[in-house]
Design a protein around this ligand. Structure first.
Ligand code: G3P
Length: 214
């Protein structure tokens, strides 16, 4: 499973990039709004820093407006992926963008039918939201699993991004059920490094080394 960082914060992305484990970045309007910067500038900075796919979401809600924004965003750099909301207007953009060679990530996926519609319309990626489903008492990871199995059964090339990841166990579960990608917030990414036995083990090795009989 590939790991993407779910962030629009340049400092976070710069810190995480040298680990060599992040192969892409996803953003959304809420994350970009927190940065208090020009949207296009944020996308330009991130896509210059990360060579892999960088998802940037359109803000228009009508097909013509979304297509217009998508084309502008796609011109920033070739690794910019256009995030399109799972609406009828959004789905209409997919065959058009696909024909133009513009890659898409259909976001706000909460059902298998939505994923199937997006895949059939030519989405490059779909993003089912795990945490937001869990919040309502549904099983977000089961949905990701059902989508992964459906795409495999019908050999659909659309990749599945487990999104709205809230804790390290979501990452493990997404990997177990074969998600192509998990997009992980900075905080969860930090938590993935941690284990108390690693910390105490390093400390003990160092202490024993310092106290060796010379
Ligand atoms: O970027 C989409 C998704 O990861 C949002 O997560 O935590 O706002 O549900 P969250």
């Amino acid at each position: 499973m590939e790991l993407f960082l779910d962030s629009a914060n340049l400092a976070e992305i710069q810190e995480v990039a040298p680990y060599g484990v992040i192969s892409g970045v996803t953003t959304n309007p809420s994350l970009v709004a927190k940065e208090n910067k020009d949207f296009f500038a944020v996308v330009a900075e991130i896509s210059a820093l990360i060579p892999g796919p960088v998802s940037a979401e359109v803000l228009a809600t009508d097909t013509a407006g979304m297509l217009d924004e998508a084309r502008q965003l796609a011109q920033i750099r070739e690794n910019v992926i256009i995030k399109i909301p799972m609406t009828k207007e959004g789905i209409k953009c997919l065959p058009i963008l696909s024909k133009e060679g513009i890659k898409t990530n259909v976001t706000l996926i909460f059902s298998q039918n939505q994923a199937l519609l997006a895949a059939r319309a030519g989405a490059t990626y779909v993003s089912p939201f795990v945490g937001r489903l869990d919040d309502l008492g549904f099983d977000g990871i089961s949905l990701v699993q059902d989508i992964v199995e459906m795409f495999k059964f019908y050999q659909l090339p659309t990749k599945v991004i487990a999104a709205s990841i809230r804790h390290p166990l979501h990452v493990v579960e997404a990997a177990k059920i074969g998600a192509d990608i998990a997009t992980i917030p900075y905080k969860v990414f930090q938590q993935m490094f941690e284990h108390p036995l690693t910390a105490s083990g390093v400390e003990k090795f160092m202490r024993d080394w310092q106290e060796r009989v010379k």
